[in-house]
Write a protein that binds this ligand. Structure first.
Ligand SMILES: C[S@@+](CC[C@H](N)C(=O)[O-])C[C@H]1O[C@@H](n2cnc3c(N)ncnc32)[C@H](O)[C@@H]1O
Length: 349
């Protein structure tokens, strides 16, 4: 039997949003249950009232549709009170109950300060766990296997043992892409667009010379990413652009209001990182796509302190209405490099 609970990792502080989102998905599928999500813990667990329903839910829940969860793991009950002298045996037993061939073994902790301390504490356990699993006949480096094995420690003597589907989960341990900050990028925001491109376009290659507009471009981290990909970029912002970036010859700087700027010709990409109300940004990006001013867009929505999930739904509804309810593709994700924000991708289909 597949495990019946759904374990979701998230940015600490966004457990409630994870809970709201997974509950909404469950309701949509007619699954009844409840979520345990301690504030600032960095994870949430959905329990269906009936195990069979939980299994069915896990089979159909699409990771790519979720905004706040960083990882989607199907798990059994929390293994708590692990014997200090031998944590390996109960974990191996729980793993074997889930299968014997896995694509990988990921030993993880929540993305919190406690989680970081825990990670160093459990590091010495890793070789013992690997050895114990192999001895029990569990293979965890099978490139053909459909599932990964997760051991998610939430305390020194407590962990969840679960699985993620390779094609329906984050491809990064802990759901965190490890990206290096390029030394010549003008701002750390560059990492956000880099992660967004990976997430939404799967690192797609672009023909050199395509055109793009960057609304709210100063000092130029996002523009820098587009320039790296061979784009000719119009950077719209009243603020200054990085001088070295301007020397690339691929950037035109327009000191203009991003809400009034219109491209003289349609462009392939529009990206937008202006600090404004999410609803206003949602209306603007929908207009760009509806008018055919750009083919695709990546934009950031700075969320309010409260009702953040509701704000995401509101922005979706604004875009849906502006585009007549069809003929578009929209994905939103709280990226690792997003703080109180989500990043979204919208394109005509
Ligand atoms: C978060 S910063 C952008 C950082 C940029 N993406 C980068 O990677 O360096 C937001 C920018 O939006 C600009 N901005 C805010 N409102 C704007 C508007 N109405 N029109 C144009 N730019 C705007 C600000 O001047 C600021 O430079």
């Amino acid at each position: 039997m597949k495990p019946a609970q759904i374990l979701l990792y998230c940015r600490p502080g966004f457990e409630k949003e994870c809970a709201q989102e997974v509950t909404a998905a469950a309701v949509e599928m007619g699954v009844e249950g409840f979520v345990k999500a301690r504030p600032e813990s960095g994870f949430a667990v959905f329990h269906a009232h009936q195990d069979a329903m939980g299994v069915e839910f896990g089979d159909h829940l699409e990771f790519s549709r979720l905004v706040f969860p960083r990882q989607l793991v199907r798990t059994g009950e929390l293994l708590s009170g692990l014997p200090e002298a031998d944590r390996v045996t109960p974990i191996v037993k729980a793993a074997k109950a889930l299968g014997t061939r896995f694509a990988a073994l990921w030993i993880e902790t929540p993305d919190t300060n406690d989680g970081k301390a825990l990670a160093s504490l459990i590091k010495p356990l890793t070789p013992h766990l690997e050895k114990g699993l192999r001895k029990a006949g569990v293979v965890f480096d099978d490139g053909e296997a459909e599932d990964r094995l997760h051991v998610f420690f939430v305390g020194g003597l407590a962990c969840y043992v679960g699985v993620s589907r390779v094609g329906n989960s984050s491809t990064w341990p802990m759901g965190i892409p490890r990206l290096r900050m390029p030394s010549s990028a003008p701002s750390r925001s560059a990492l956000k667009l880099s992660e967004a491109m990976l997430e939404f376009t799967a690192g797609r290659q672009f023909e050199p010379g395509l055109t793009a507009v960057d609304l709210g471009a100063s000092p130029g981290g996002w523009t820098w990413q587009l320039v790296q990909r061979g784009f000719m970029v119009t950077a719209v912002d009243n603020g200054p652009m990085d001088a070295r970036l301007m020397e690339s010859g691929q950037v035109k700087h327009r000191r203009d209001d991003g809400f009034h700027y219109r491209p003289p010709d349609p462009v392939q990409w529009m990206v937008c990182d202006m600090v404004e109300s999410p609803a206003k940004i949602a209306r603007l990006v929908a207009k760009w796509v509806a008018e055919g001013w750009c083919v695709e867009t990546i934009f950031n929505l700075k969320l309010p302190m409260k009702k953040r999930y509701e704000e995401v739904l509101r922005c979706r509804a604004i875009i849906d209405e502006a585009l007549g309810g069809k003929g578009y593709y929209l994905r939103m994700k709280q990226l690792f490099h997003d703080r109180e924000e989500v990043t979204a991708y919208l394109a005509r289909r």
